[in-house]
Design a protein around this ligand. Sequence first.
Ligand code: ADP
Ligand code: ADP
Length: 218
Amino acid sequence: MIELRQLTKRYGDTLAVDELSFRVEPGHVTGFLGPNGAGKSTSMRLVLGLDAPTSGQALVNGGRYADLRRPLHEVGALLDAGAVHPGRSAYNHLMCLALSNDIGARRVAQVLELVGLSGVARKKAGGFSLGMKQRLGIAAALLGDPGVLMFDEPVNGLDPDGVRWIRGLMRGLAEEGRTVLLSSHLMSEMALTADRIVIVGRGRLVADATVAELTAGY
Ligand code: ADP
Ligand code: ADP
């Protein structure tokens, strides 16, 4: 489970995240919806301890990221699919992560299979399309078999088959009882994938409701 408690992040004059509070429960896909610049990525970075909040808290399974004993096994994330080492193969990219986290080569092969990249595992990630990079980022997020997963705009750059695949993957992860937070700026995508949607604008909570509640009357 993920919990934000009055989470606030200021960058100079910009209030990127403004007293944001919500919980992401296991067993569901929770959509994180808002226009570009709304504060979604910043919130996820704060959950992962990649940045420190100005005030408030971001918790994973009740603790701060820094306090997790086996972080990769507790929370997996796809943040910026473009940010892979271009000269490294998909296999080596995952192996580097795996080795520093006591994860074996068998699991690397398993996640490559799961995301459909087994056939290009030895090819350099620099030559991958954005869709393939998204798949590689998802493989990295799944590596430690974590119960909590966050995906920042995973659908960007994917073709319709890829979009359907992501949708099925997210649903499957939730059905396995995992906590899934999925960010997007597309309401249409959210309505098809998420059970519940947290809407943010300018760093603030706009709505936190089930898809049924949000679409009632339409
Ligand atoms: P989203 O993911 O919803 O598109 P972001 O979290 O990326 O939104 O950005 C929220 C706001 O914070 C934006 O105004 C953005 O320009 C600003 N911002 C994000 N990261 C930084 C940073 N490292 N330094 C300065 N401003 C930032
Ligand atoms: P399944 O039984 O779902 O076909 P496996 O038996 O291959 O999957 O699972 C091997 C490992 O991978 C297990 O630890 C399982 O929890 C994990 N796993 C299965 N499905 C997923 C998934 N979609 N994402 C992440 N890990 C998974």
